[in-house]
Structures are given as C-alpha cells and as structure tokens.
Design a protein around this ligand. Structure first.
Ligand SMILES: Cc1cc2nc3c(=O)[nH]c(=O)nc-3n(C[C@H](O)[C@H](O)[C@H](O)COP(=O)(O)O)c2cc1C
Length: 356
C-alpha cells in the first residue's frame, strides 16, 4: 500500500496525502504585494490536481523584504483579506492552504527572472537600500546592503509574527518560515554573510538567534492547532560556510521552539557555491535532520517520479515530499501518481470522466 497517499497530520491539520506543492514565486502580484487572478488559478489548479498541501510562494513580511517588486506581500490587514478567495478555493478542493513567509534581505529588489533577474533600483519599482546582517553584497552588480540595527532586527521578528497572524486570518492553515536560499534569515546563519559582533553574530548561538526568535514569535502568533514549518538551506556548499551538522543542531533548537517540520533545501547564499543537482540530491539532508534531530522533515529537489516520491516517504528519508517544477509541468501530478502507485485518491467530480 502506498505510504505517499496515506494521510498525515501536523497538529490538528490533516493532509490527504504527503505531497506538497513547493513554494514558487510567480512574480505576478500587483506592485504593492497583492495577489492577482494568476495566483488564484495557479494555486487553485494544483489543489484541484490532488496535492495534500499547496504552499503559496515566498510572501514578504515587509515591503523591502520582497525579492522582486512583483512578489506577494502580507504586511497589512488588507493583504490578508485579499487571500481569502484563494485559501477558500484551495480548502474546498481538499488541500491544505499554506503560505511561506519571507524576507529577501540582500537579495531583495531584483527583476523578474524573465527580465534578467538583476537588481532593480527605485527608478524601476525597486527600492534602496536593501538590508542584511552585514554590509556585504551578494555578488558583483548587487548593491551593498545596509547593516541592520538592533532595532531593525527586533522589528523583523515582529514583522514575521504579524505576518503569521494575518496568514491565519486569511485562512492559511500552515505557514513556513523561509530561512533558506540566501535570503535574510539564511544570511544571519552563515558565517560568510554574517560578520556582526553583537548578539546576532559571531558564535553559532548568536548567528542562529534571530531564526530561533522568529520561529518562536511565529509559533506564538499562529494558532496552536496549526503547524509551522521552517525551510533551511541544509548546506551552502562552500568551505567555511553553513553545513549540515549545523542544520541538524539548529533543527533540534527549532523543534524545542515548537516547529513541526524542517523543509530541507540547500544553497543560494553564495554565488561560488559548488552545487551539483541530480534526482533527489537534497534527500540525504532531510534524512539526516529527521534521524539526528528527531523532527519531521520534507524532502525537495528534483523529485519527479511517483516511485521516487513513494520510496522517500516509505523508506524514512522524510515525512513529506515537496515538488516544484514538476508541478508546473503537470498540476495533476498527484492524480497521475496515485494511478501509477495504485493508490486511492478522490478526483474532482468535474473531472471524473477523465479518470484513469
Ligand atoms: C519558479 C520557481 C519559483 C520558486 N520560488 C521559491 C519560493 O518562493 N520559495 C522557496 O523557498 N523556493 C522557491 N523555489 C524553489 C522550489 O521551491 C524548490 O525548492 C526547487 O525548485 C527544487 O525543487 P524542484 O526540483 O521540484 O523544482 C522556486 C522554484 C521555481 C522553479
């Protein structure tokens, strides 16, 4: 019997299967962070397609936390209201609506990928300065970030908490804190992007402090019956950088802070990273964190085949899988995978006549 298609619970939230639509920026919001019809259709189609959870893209907790000027935001109550139609549609289809909460740090204010993805300034919907733990640009051609003051760091923690509260009021039944891919929280973790000498930099304990504070604040702000996940870059693939052993230790600290699952991704903080992507390349990170920190994990990265996804959850590498690009190729991937694995899945009644 398929494990992938067995329901799984996090707190009071039951997912009908162990497949999550991984958060994917669509660069299709209004230029003040509101969702558009694109988000309703994009996320809605993947709920129709049978996923257990559909996670909205990196959604900024403050305007300057957007990766691009066309990212989603949740920094006001009006934003929260605008997501209701989307969360209610996803839930009606039997999927759990989730939102990834994010701040882009020194990688904020960039163009859409299909317009080159390079930094954009205030003359083109962008903003200045971008912020970071230390005044080190991401790469050549990127602006030198403003080093955040202690007051700004505390504000960041409050912004994440307020965003979590709004996400709940918008109908999202899970949130994920984005602490991966070289965005602001990851920048604090890495000794290569965080050179602070105050309580938020230096030792491991200090570099991880803001992530733990954000996790605790989000956990506190989000309803106790609903789960909170954290996405980490388990390794940044650079000598002297953030590594899997540190991720395992941090995962244990996050578990103690009430976090329900670590979504194990990697890379993104340093342009000279030595990343080799192959099918399931990040699965060993999910397994290591699950085994050594005793917390549920999600595996992500080049998971495309039903048998592959089944083997990951059945073999104890991870509790859930997250699929990104394959879900763009085929929003109905879960319906197809259930057929391939001879598992039970409920089809949308409107599509019954197409059932395998
Ligand atoms: C179009 C696109 C947008 C993405 N946006 C996000 C994002 O908002 N947040 C995030 O954590 N990862 C983002 N990612 C990374 C994916 O969630 C995923 O981790 C990565 O693509 C590897 O999974 P895959 O091989 O199934 O695509 C994005 C990926 C793609 C292709």
């Amino acid at each position: 019997m398929s494990v992938l298609f067995q329901p799984i619970r996090f707190r009071e939230v039951e997912m009908r299967n162990r497949i999550i639509v991984s958060p994917m920026c669509q660069y299709s919001a209004t230029d003040d962070g509101f969702p558009t019809d694109w988000h309703l259709v994009h996320l809605g189609a993947r709920a129709v397609g049978g996923a257990g959870m559909v996670m909205a893209e990196a959604t900024a907790v403050s305007p300057e936390g957007r990766i691009s000027p066309w990212d989603l935001g949740i920094w006001s109550d009006a934003h929260a209201e605008a997501y209701r139609r989307i969360t209610s549609f996803i839930a009606q289809q039997g999927a759990v609506p989730a939102m990834q909460l994010a701040h882009a740090g020194r990688k904020a204010s960039t163009h859409r990928p299909w317009q080159g993805g390079k930094p954009v300034g205030p003359d083109n919907h962008g903003w200045s300065p971008v912020v970071a733990p230390s005044a080190i640009p991401y790469n050549e051609g990127y602006p030198v970030p403003h080093e955040m003051t202690l007051v700004e760091v505390r504000q960041l923690v409050d912004d994440f908490a307020a965003a979590a509260r709004r996400a709940a009021s918008a109908g999202f039944r899970a949130v994920e804190v984005h602490a991966a891919h070289g965005y602001l929280l990851h920048e604090f973790l890495s000794p290569l992007s965080n050179l602070r000498d105050d309580e938020y930099g230096g030792t491991f304990e200090r570099r991880t402090r803001v992530v733990v504070e954000v996790a605790r604040a989000v956990r506190e702000a989000f309803p106790a019956e609903l789960p909170v996940f954290v996405r980490l870059s388990a390794s940044e693939y650079v000598d002297g950088g953030w590594e899997i052993d540190q991720s395992v230790t941090l995962a244990g600290m996050l578990k103690d802070a009430g976090i329900d699952l670590i979504d194990a991704s990697s890379g993104g903080n340093l342009p000279h990273q030595r990343l080799q992507a192959y099918p399931g390349y990040q699965v060993p990170f999910a397994r290591a964190i699950r085994e050594r920190a005793h917390i549920a994990t999600g595996a992500v990265g080049l998971i495309t085949a039903p048998q592959q996804a089944e083997a990951i959850v059945a073999g104890g590498d991870a509790d859930v899988v997250l699929l990104a690009r394959e879900m763009l190729r085929d929003p109905n991937w879960p319906l197809r995978a259930a057929h391939a694995l001879r598992a039970e899945i409920t089809w949308p009644v409107q599509y019954e006549r197409a059932r395998f």
